[in-house]
Design a protein around this ligand. Structure first.
Ligand code: PMP
Length: 431
């Protein structure tokens, strides 16, 4: 890995980080791109792209199936990635890390592989109102399948979860609690440690959706005490198509394989003998895995570690503050501001102007943001908004990107979107 401009723990983001990202330095972007849609997906540094290309050019083979050298090399790359990821989130062992396609798949795997086997009618699953649909729908469907009851922790307009409310909704029938570490819509940080403690008093398993946290905070799964922790590589400078399901050894062992197929069993027969599955994590990874993706994810982990999570967090906080300070004075601005400041995102609206009109205008200024409900309709409903505009930050963003966002927002005028798409229709079509 060619990391030349970084030191272990500098006070601020090192200069030149943007140059690591080929897509951000293209001379053809006119105006230059201010990419503030990192909560949808980040861009990838050269190291990550090179790791993927290098796998296909030098090491491409399947893993865990053949004895030839190339297969061994591919196997080493894959298992080394698992170790890097385990180390990154402070998992006790690399066996705690299951590779999936995405955070969405990881959450579905827990619902199918753990939930199906452990829930009975009238058991309860608890989610919060600020969740991404990927951390709502697997539980809704699980409850529909098993006869369990889905209970919802209300949040306030800042996305704050009241721990006493959580306590009042937990009881002996609570079997699973699913909560986002950081809300992708508002950047609100959830009191995960306290929720885990409460959940464990009644024997519930706590599933943390870390998709919006893992690129912004130092995640320590042991300190959090989470039973499961899920995230995607593509929101942390890694490739699309690979995600992580962390689980404690006990919880992973209690899962039935959510997918079955090649690479997960040592004995299969037609004579009625039981299928003998491999140990975790392998028995939860049916089929050919995304080995190139794992190589890219390991490169992303190294990239972030070289910068330092403490530096990344300070950089995020500084950009968030600058954005909020700049937007605050704009006439009609509605800023959604979680207590303690949002983590890595700023969500806002302008009174009387549709978020899509704001997004369109910003696009014409070379500023990329996300507009809409951010796959979190219940939270949009809680805000009473048809959606929001969300600026979200990454390691390469600069004060100049923020200034261009603010200048762009100052220039917004009511546009055409809301006329074409009346509010009630909009809610049904835009996701
Ligand atoms: N949870 C949260 C909090 C997210 O931000 C996202 C992605 N926006 C997801 C889950 C789903 O991630 P993916 O689409 O990569 O599976």
């Amino acid at each position: 890995m060619n990391v030349t401009h970084k030191s272990q723990s500098p006070a601020t983001m090192p200069a030149g980080v943007k140059d690591d990202f080929p897509i951000l330095t293209k001379k053809t972007n006119e105006p230059p791109l201010a990419y503030l849609d990192n909560a949808a997906t980040t861009q990838r540094p050269r190291e990550v792209i090179d790791a993927i290309v290098s796998f296909y050019e030098n090491s491409n083979a399947n893993v865990g199936r053949s004895v030839h050298s190339l297969s061994m090399i591919a196997g080493d790359i894959y298992e080394d990635s698992r170790r890097q990821v385990a180390d990154f989130i402070n998992a006790p062992e690399s066996e705690n890390v299951v590779f999936t396609r995405s955070a969405t798949e990881s959450l579905n795997f827990v619902a199918m592989g753990f939930g199906n086997a452990h829930l009975s009618p009238r058991d309860e699953v608890l989610v919060t109102e600020l969740e991404h649909h990927s951390n709502i729908l697997p539980w809704k469907e699980l409850c529909a399948r098993t006869g369990a009851v889905l209970r919802v922790v209300p949040v306030d307009q800042t996305g704050a979860i009241n721990i006493e409310t959580v306590g009042s909704l937990i009881g002996p029938r609570t079997k699973i609690i699913a909560v986002a570490h950081v809300s992708n819509m508002l950047g609100a940080l959830s009191p995960v440690k306290e929720i885990v403690k409460l959940g464990h008093t009644v024997g519930a398993r706590v599933v943390v959706d870390g998709a919006q946290a893992v690129a912004h905070l130092k995640v320590d799964v042991q300190e959090l005490g989470a039973d499961f922790y899920c995230f995607s590589a593509h929101k942390m400078y890694g490739p699309m198509g690979i995600g992580v399901l962390y689980g404690t050894r006990q919880c992973l062992n209690e899962m039935t394989p959510p997918l079955v197929g090649g690479g997960i069993a040592r004995d299969v027969g037609f004579d009625g003998r039981p299928t003998q599955y491999l140990q975790v994590p392998h028995r939860l990874e049916a089929g050919t895995p995304n080995i190139a993706g794992a190589a890219g994810l390991a490169a992303a982990v190294c990239y972030m570690r070289d910068i330092g999570l403490d530096v990344i967090e300070r950089h995020d906080n500084a950009l968030v503050r600058l954005t909020m300070d700049g937007l605050r004075d704009i006439p009609g601005i509605i800023l959604y501001s979680p207590h303690g400041g949002p983590k890595g995102v700023v969500s806002f609206n302008i009174e009387g102007i549709h978020p899509y009109d704001i997004g369109n205008h910003l696009n014409s200024c070379g500023v990329a943001v996300r507009t809409g409900v951010h796959c979190a309709v219940p939270m949009a409903d809680r805000l009473g908004a048809v959606g929001t505009v969300r600026a979200s930050f990454g390691v390469y963003n600069t004060d100049e990107d923020v200034n261009r966002l603010i200048e762009g927002v100052r220039g917004v005028r009511p546009g055409t979107w809301s006329k074409q798409h009346p509010v009630d229709r909009f809610l049904k079509v835009a996701h």
